[in-house]
Design a protein around this ligand. Structure first.
Ligand code: TNX
Length: 542
């Protein structure tokens, strides 16, 4: 029972247990009926018990074993779970709090509560008597999934939203576009998906690898798929933050619409969706054509995604083509800008103003700080802590996701047997000791740290199994860092966490997650011949 992950703020065990029987009912107040639908649905599948909805009145009150309701005075994501002689009561400050309490309830029922059908119809289902008081440390507990490098079909995305909710994560950063693929239908620019969503072949492993997979790879989400994903996330109190990456990482868009590129320095009609990895020189041209095109893209994106934040990328934009382009240089002169960095700043600033005028906020990778950044914009600090520290000191909100710590594409063991051993070694323990708020920040500056995010870049993760392997078990440690009030990194009790992981592996088994086993990859998970980088070498694309 005390093997909950992420660990709650306070847990007081009691003596007995609440048993669930075919007569047990579930009652939820109107504002949290959505949570009851999710919890009831999951538990009916797993237990085979009917768990009928009770109306909460005295007549059926005796059978009501699970109650969900709001409790004024608690924070929106805060909850209290009491299991005693009266049954199980989950109260939250808001529906999100009740949902997180319901996730704790599932863990208290045991690993089989995560299955889709009962494996033993005769077993006894019980919740131990306990009082749990709990609330998250950070409001932004994110996971970024790159579906551009390798497309993950819609079902897989919905499954990841379920896995996030089970770990009390609440922001899904959806990396929808990159050099290697455009994954969201845009009605006014159909070639983005007709052309931009497929590539002819794919580099296997690191970009230095001589190996190719010679078969087309691609796919995209229709606008209805996106609406379904956003609604599914909302039911789980997860916000979907879409990313449309500009002005770099745009070769798929340029392949679809060559006029978006720097046509005076490169024949963009000859470009195709990129088939290898790394930092790509083919970036967007800083022209009115490009601005109008992406305003059109973003108009449709805003209709699909209600999220306050919209991510515009802004990372890894080589300036070589702008240096050689007469058009880009004319723009720099006309705007009275210092150089190409200032031109990127102007480009980002344009979309910052555009989004702000529509009631949204821009967020981008930390390169958007270079050359100055509009006040309301927020920063995803990925190249270490420095960008995040600078941003917080300048009064910008920050999401901490340093690649040295929480890039889950990087190897999780120094041994040579990791499937594609790229990047720095970051073990389960390293992730558990990751601290999102750098000690250099004053308490006032630290308030700008909205939270933290783990990033799943998928160059070397070609399917769901590989994504699972890189994400787990480390995402469980990350979830505890994002949710729980852990002490300073050196004082964290990793051994105790690792003991709780024993129960969590059983939950992940029931969920069908292909995690990295604690003893290392299974024979069929190894990939002899797939190149990586030496341990502690530079990350995969540089
Ligand atoms: C850097 S993080 C990138 C990505 C790569 C990743 C691989 C960031 C903003 N850019 O394009 O996929 O490294 O680890």
């Amino acid at each position: 029972m005390s093997d909950l992950i992420p660990a709650p703020r306070a847990l007081t065990p009691g003596g007995g247990e609440v048993r669930l029987t075919p007569d047990s009912r579930l009652h939820a107040e109107a504002p949290v009926e959505g949570v009851a639908r999710l919890l009831g649905g999951a538990l009916r599948q797993a237990t085979g018990l009917p768990l009928r909805e009770g109306d909460g009145t005295a007549a059926t009150g005796d059978d009501i074993r699970l109650r969900l309701r709001l409790r004024p005075g608690l924070g929106p994501e805060e909850y209290r779970l009491v299991s005693d002689g009266d049954g199980v009561l989950v109260e939250g400050g808001g529906p999100a709090g009740v949902l997180w309490g319901a996730q704790t309830l599932r863990q208290l029922l045991g690993p089989d509560a995560y299955r889709r059908a009962p494996v033993d119809r005769d077993r006894v289902w019980a919740v131990p008597h306990v009082t749990v008081e709990d609330a998250p440390r950070f409001a932004w507990r994110g996971l970024m999934l790159d579906v551009a490098r390798h497309f993950l079909p819609k079902e897989g995305v919905l499954r990841y939203l379920d896995l996030m909710a089970a770990h009390k994560l609440n922001v899904f950063h959806f990396h929808l576009t990159d050099d290697q693929g455009w994954r969201v239908e845009i009605r006014r620019h159909p070639r983005l998906t007709e052309v931009g969503s497929w590539r002819a072949r794919t580099k296997t492993g690191h970009r230095a690898s001589p190996l190719w997979e010679d078969k087309p790879h691609g796919g995209y989400y229709t606008q209805d798929d996106i609406r379904e994903i956003v609604a599914y996330a909302a039911e789980r109190h997860i916000t979907v933050v879409p990313e449309i990456d500009v002005p770099g990482h745009s070769q798929a868009a340029i392949a679809a619409y060559p006029e978006l590129g720097n046509t005076d320095v490169v024949d963009t009609t000859a470009l195709s969706v990129w088939d290898t990895w790394g930092v790509n020189p083919n970036v967007l041209a800083p022209t009115d054509t490009t601005l109008r095109f992406y305003e059109g893209v973003l108009e449709e994106v805003l209709e699909l995604f209600p999220s306050r934040f919209v991510h515009i990328g802004g990372d890894e934009c080589p300036k070589e083509q702008w240096r050689r382009s007469a058009t880009a240089q004319a723009r720099i002169r006309d705007l009275g800008l210092a150089d190409e960095d200032a031109l990127q700043s102007w480009f980002v600033g344009h979309f910052d103003a555009w989004l702000t005028a529509r009631g949204r906020r821009l967020i981008g990778w930390d390169e958007i700080l270079e050359g100055g950044l509009a006040k309301g914009a927020a920063v995803s600090s990925w190249r270490g802590y420095a960008g995040g520290i600078a941003a917080a000191r300048a009064g910008h909100d920050v999401v901490m996701c340093p690649e040295q710590q929480v890039y889950l594409d990087h190897r999780q063991d120094p041994g040579p047997e990791e499937p594609v051993p790229i990047g720095w070694v970051r073990t389960l323990e390293d992730v558990y000791r990751f601290e999102p708020v750098p000690p250099e920040l004053t308490p006032e500056e630290a308030r700008h740290v909205l939270g933290t995010q783990a990033n799943l870049w998928t160059e070397v993760m070609e399917d769901q199994g590989r994504v699972d392997y890189q994400a787990f078990p480390r995402l469980a440690a990350f979830a505890e860092v994002a949710w729980s009030d852990l002490p300073a990194p050196a004082e964290r009790d990793f051994a105790a966490f690792d003991r709780r992981m024993a129960a969590h592996y059983r939950r992940l088994d029931a969920l069908g997650v292909a995690y990295r086993p604690p003893s290392g990859p299974l024979p069929w998970q190894r990939r002899p011949g797939v190149l990586g980088r030496p341990a502690d070498g530079p990350p995969p694309n540089r």
